[in-house]
Design a protein around this ligand. Structure first.
Ligand SMILES: [Zn+2]
Length: 73
């Protein structure tokens, strides 16, 4: 029944960077305005694209993020 996701993809806005965070909560890389970031629904934090790429596959079984089609690019 669930299509629960672990992460919400967002574009970093000034508002997010000023009020929430301007660094990735995982690797502490600077987040730039306009870059793609991901909100971790379980951790209530923002992480960068690279950390999402690394973490999301590890969490996919919990979060039902597995897709039927493999992503080729
Ligand atoms: Zn990161």
């Amino acid at each position: 029944m669930s299509s629960e996701k672990c992460f919400i993809e967002q574009t970093a806005t000034t508002n997010i960077l000023l009020k929430v965070t301007n660094v990735c909560s995982e690797c502490y890389a600077d987040l730039k305005e306009g870059s793609v970031i991901f909100y971790d629904l379980r951790g209530c934090r923002y992480i960068c694209y690279l950390c999402h790429e690394r973490i999301a596959p590890l969490m996919s079984s919990e979060c039902n993020m597995d897709s039927d089609e493999p992503l080729l690019f």
